[in-house]
Design a protein around this ligand. Structure first.
Ligand code: MN
Length: 209
């Protein structure tokens, strides 16, 4: 979904103010045009010195980090992860949300967590538990079950053999302008703008590769 070098900043599939009042326009613009752009620029800069990886997709780079040259592993993890995590986050937002969860993902959530409210509680607790910067994720784990995990900084679930479905960015830059220090309020707002139709497509795709 991200192509390969040279990576570029795909425009958001909605206006910067589309997530109002849950996420403000200024945050969306800075987050996409400045924060994500910086990760893209740094990833391209790293890859420009390693032409042998120019045809690799972002996912291939991230899954294979342990086999990359030692001197670029951290840069690819941080900057490639920064690109993947942000594109994934933006792609799963919709306002109004596609609600309620539909299809296979709805069945899987009920099977794994009991019901949507229980899932929401567990996901929120995970997102609150991230110390410092990182993400909470809903993934399909290596044995095909739904699982909620957290990652630090710009780590991704890909090297863990997990297939990501949904993520929330809990770096302060994702919410500080509107929600200040109140991460819990940002998480509550974010639950209003999840694109469950897209999450369901992600879920189906996890079993078709
Ligand atoms: Mn971010």
């Amino acid at each position: 979904m991200n192509g390969h070098y040279k990576f570029f900043n795909i425009p958001l599939p909605y206006p910067y103010n589309a997530m109002e009042p849950y996420i403000d326009e200024k945050t969306m613009k800075l987050h996409h045009d400045k924060h994500l752009q910086a990760y893209i620029d740094n990833l391209n800069d790293t890859l420009s010195k390693y032409p042998q990886f120019k045809d690799w997709t972002l996912e291939e780079l991230l899954v294979n980090i342990p086999s990359l040259p030692k001197d670029i592993q951290t840069a690819i993890n941080n900057n490639g992860g920064g690109v993947f995590n942000h594109q994934f986050y933006f792609s799963n937002l919709a306002n109004p949300a596609s609600w309620p969860p539909i299809g296979k993902i709805a069945e899987a959530i009920n099977y794994e967590f009991g019901n949507y409210a229980a899932f929401q509680n567990e996901f929120k607790a995970a997102a609150l538990s991230v110390f410092g910067s990182g993400y909470a994720w809903l993934v399909v784990n290596a044995v095909g079950q739904l699982e909620i995990i957290t990652t630090k900084n710009q780590d991704t679930p890909l090297p863990l053999g997990m297939c990501p479905l949904l993520n929330i960015d809990v770096w302060e830059h994702a919410y500080y302008l509107k929600h200040y220090n109140l991460r819990a309020d940002y998480i509550d707002d974010w639950f209003h703008i999840i694109n469950w139709e897209n999450v369901n497509q992600n879920y189906v795709s996890c079993f078709s590769i």
